[in-house]
Design a protein around this ligand. Structure first.
Ligand SMILES: NC(=O)c1ccc[n+]([C@@H]2O[C@H](COP(=O)([O-])OP(=O)(O)OC[C@H]3O[C@@H](n4cnc5c(N)ncnc54)[C@H](O)[C@@H]3O)[C@@H](O)[C@H]2O)c1
Length: 275
């Protein structure tokens, strides 16, 4: 099959990106639009979604991905307005709210471990201190969000027997961290969702894959102190956090024809993060 000229590979395709007004989602929108896709951006704020989409000639919808009725309505409206849906990027996400205090304790404990002083380790109590509401919100935004987006997309992709769904998991879905049990659990579950749905639809021309970013410099890391960032960076082989474009390139690969043999697959993009 002849390849389209560079920069036009996604021409005529429609890509829906959740949480697309910031960070990785905005970078993915820019990257997909650069290769010709019409981008549709969701975010909590309709204004932010529309403003970001407008920069790339696309359209925006404001809704919470935990609201399945709103999600279905936006995807249906997209197809009514643009005629099709080819790419769904389930990206919307939030950081654990108490990450700063817990991570600091983890760093302090790492120092005690290095000194062989196990007896003075401070309990992190991350799980004990987690409220029902925090657990629920984390699982809902990430896992229910990916479920709602995948289901809404398949309703349009299955009849056409074509489409690519990219779910944004995390390095913590592969290497769960002590400081974020709810985040790690949600991200690991997204990998299971990805593999299960891929297995169901792989014979129908629809591909479903997951990306596990390492630590990427976006507003999601705002709660992290400079000391925490330094401690994380020490564990990254390349000695730096990633940039949103590093992940956007992987999303672009999975969205397009270059990845035609990838489905149910999980892609870590971490700069050599050691865990
Ligand atoms: N930045 C990292 O280091 C990193 C690492 C691994 C995975 N991730 C994942 O990448 C994804 C994007 O994160 P980011 O770093 O770009 O963060 P970000 O904060 O820059 O962007 C996330 C966007 O999602 C939106 N959002 C949050 N909750 C939403 C909801 N319920 N409905 C709709 N939109 C919602 C936010 O408003 C925001 O615009 C998230 O799923 C995150 O967990 C990020």
């Amino acid at each position: 099959m002849a390849r389209k000229p560079a920069g036009t590979e996604l021409e005529g395709q429609v890509a829906f990106i959740t949480g697309g007004a910031s960070g990785l989602g905005a970078a993915a929108a820019e990257r997909l639009a650069a290769d010709g896709a019409v981008v549709v951006i969701n975010d909590l704020s309709a204004e932010a979604a529309t403003e970001t989409a407008g920069r790339f000639g696309g359209i925006g919808y404001g809704f919470d991905v935990t609201d399945s009725a709103a999600f279905d309505a936006a995807v249906d409206d997209t197809v009514a307005r643009l005629g099709r849906l080819d790419i769904m990027v389930n990206n919307a996400g939030i950081a654990p709210s108490n990450v700063s205090s817990k991570m600091q304790r983890s760093i302090d404990n790492a120092g005690r471990r290095m000194a062989g002083d196990i007896a003075s380790l401070e309990p992190m109590d991350t799980l004990v201190d987690l409220s029902d509401a925090d657990w629920d919100r984390m699982i809902r935004v990430h896992l229910y969000g990916a479920f709602h987006g995948t289901r809404a997309a398949l309703r349009h992709m299955t009849p056409r027997r074509s489409g690519s769904i990219v779910n944004i998991s995390s390095i913590l879905g592969l290497m769960p961290s002590a400081g974020a049990p709810h985040y790690s659990t949600a991200k690991a579950a997204i990998i299971a969702l990805t593999k299960s749905v891929a297995d169901e639809v792989s014979g129908l021309g629809i591909r479903v894959n997951a990306v596990c970013p390492g630590y990427i410099d976006t507003p999601l890391l705002t709660p992290f102190s400079e000391q925490m960032k330094a401690a994380i960076t020490m564990r990254i082989g390349m000695g730096r956090m990633g940039e949103p474009t590093d992940i956007a390139e992987m999303i672009r690969f999975l969205a397009g024809p270059e990845s035609k043999y990838c489905t149910g697959d999980v892609f870590k993009v971490s700069g050599g993060y050691l865990g």
